[in-house]
Write a protein that binds this ligand. Structure first.
Ligand SMILES: [Zn+2]
Length: 524
């Protein structure tokens, strides 16, 4: 009998949290799995961001080949941002390759993968799926089962709870969402016999974004003995319980892969990149920008007078239109460079006279900048796109990509100052991404007690295909982690890029709805 494969994705998981919790006895299963398996740091994409990170892990290729750089892509004609969906992914994910090669797969809560792909098995999408959408499940029966058996099923906890200062209710909601997602996944797993099953825990990311300072004494906002001091620990423990549940649901004797899309660490300061570009003379703004800083009356009214249900309508219909567009304050005609990303690290330099000079001047100014609030340089490294990406979709990449110093987050909103305390939803945001994610391989096929330093997210897809005995993608940038296998067998390579030729490119669904969704996830 062929061995079953269980893949667990943990958004943002880091050894910096796992190791101490394993040592203190809080994560006995993880301690056992690490000891009995192979593990190490998994390097994320540049930037260390959820959409390119997961997409590179699922496809085995760099963003220049899969075309997903951020939650949104910028339409360079209209200068509007459009949600990136699975239709923008131009290289097939490992599940498409596996389905083609005759393996059955089950995939649940897959981030940045809406709408669901047609697979041999089942697929339910996760993060960045609009609430209330239909094509989040394949086949249709999977979506139907979830709608009927789990009414009120959601793709993420309610950030509105953070906005109204109800942190403990927000935490409870995270558990509620996790419980429901696990139950629904186990239900589908019971009804479908699959060779490989993937489940992604994505709330790890938000627990670390908002509760990092509660446990980390090195964070300036840390208070000893605070109410939420165990929030991060407890959620990791909850995740471990879930992993145990999935292992036994698959019959115990599985080959297990656990990995994250990026790591995590403390966050202190927000940098308003466009304010900086404006002060340096690269960016020009419209008169409406001033209005944005003044926190106009409608914003005040929205929070206090308009009932929560009507806020969305108010925001879209009543709010002056230039303000409804996150980039609405930028005068593109007069700007030589602008930052345009809700949570990515993207700077665009339009094709104008002296573009090359603008780029070199900008890179050296950013790399030499010292932020007055923190006394540090937020821009550890600024890359030109061709330095970090290669492939047929390079032209869609932002011109410059910032590798940040971890204690900083970058904001696209217009602001009166370059830096301020990091916040989101009017709430302190104390944790943020790091390039160093984690991976762990354990099971009958793998060696025991091995550590490895140099693995990257692109190695995940080819490793999973090799585990299934299937050819890896000839175009893949990653390689199977062959050193980890007891007996590694070269499965050859095949060109998979043709698998996505029929997939329609371009916009899909209701952008406003997805924007709302991403806002609730803390990305806007
Ligand atoms: Zn992530």
């Amino acid at each position: 009998m062929k061995r079953k494969i269980l893949v667990i994705g943990l958004d943002g998981a880091t050894w910096d949290i796992l190791h101490p919790l394993m040592e203190s006895g809080d994560l006995p299963l993880f301690a056992k799995l690490v000891c009995g398996g192979c593990s190490g740091v998994l390097k994320s994409t540049v930037p260390a961001l959820t959409p390119p990170g997961w997409t590179s892990a699922f496809t085995g290729v760099n963003p220049g080949k899969h075309n997903v750089y951020d939650f949104f892509s910028l339409d360079k004609v209209t200068m509007k941002q459009r949600l990136a969906t699975s239709r923008d992914r131009r290289y097939p994910a490992f599940w498409e390759a596996a389905s083609r090669e005759g393996a059955r797969v089950g995939l649940f809560n897959v981030p940045c993968a809406y709408p669901a792909d047609k697979v041999d098995g089942f697929m339910v999408t996760g993060m960045a799926t609009p609430e209330g959408s239909r094509d989040f499940g394949y086949p249709g029966e999977a979506a139907l089962l979830i709608k009927e058996k789990f009414p009120g099923y959601r793709f993420g906890a309610r950030a509105s709870l953070l906005e109204s200062g109800r942190k403990s209710d927000f935490l409870k909601d995270i558990y509620r969402v996790t419980d429901t997602q696990e139950k629904a996944a186990l239900e589908l797993l019971k009804r479908n016999d699959v060779d490989l099953f993937l489940f992604v825990y994505d709330e790890t990311d938000r627990v670390m974004h908002f509760f990092w300072h509660d446990f980390d004494p090195s964070h300036p906002a840390h208070e000893k003995g605070g109410e939420f001091r165990n929030a991060v620990r407890d959620y990791y423990r909850r995740v471990e319980e879930g992993v145990e549940r999935f292992i036994s649901a698959m019959g115990g004797d599985v080959d297990l892969v656990v990995f994250s899309d990026h790591g995590f660490g403390p966050l202190e300061t927000d940098i308003h990149v466009n304010r900086l570009l404006y002060e340096w003379g690269f960016l020009a703004v419209k008169p409406v920008a001033e209005e944005m800083i003044k926190k106009p009356l409608w914003k005040w009214a929205l929070k206090r007078i308009v009932p929560p249900g009507a806020r969305k309508v108010f925001r879209e219909k009543v709010r002056p239109s230039p303000l409804a567009d996150p980039l609405g304050y930028i005068d593109f005609e007069k700007s030589r460079a602008f930052y345009a990303s809700v949570s990515g690290r993207s700077i665009y330099v339009p094709d104008k006279d002296d573009r090359e000079r603008t780029i070199s001047e900008l890179v050296s100014r950013l790399e030499g900048f010292v932020d007055g609030r923190s006394g540090r340089n937020p821009f550890a490294k600024v890359f030109r796109k061709e330095e970090i990406y290669a492939g047929p979709f390079l032209e869609n990449a932002p011109d410059l990509v910032i590798q940040e110093d971890g204690r900083f987050a970058f904001k696209v909103e217009w602001s009166g100052s370059v830096s301020s305390e990091a916040t989101q939803h009017g709430c302190l945001k104390s944790g943020s991404h790091r390039p160093e994610g984690m991976f762990l391989l354990n099971g009958p096929s793998f060696r025991e007690n091995r550590k490895m330093e140099s693995a990257g997210v692109c190695d995940i897809a080819p490793t999973l295909l090799a585990m299934m005995g299937l050819p890896v993608g000839a175009e893949m940038d990653g390689r199977p982690l062959s050193w980890a296998f007891k007996e590694y067998r070269d499965t050859g390579a095949r060109e998979y890029s043709g698998l996505r030729i029929d997939v329609e490119e371009g916009p899909l669904g209701d952008d406003a709805q997805v924007r709302e969704k991403l806002k609730s996830l803390g990305y806007m």
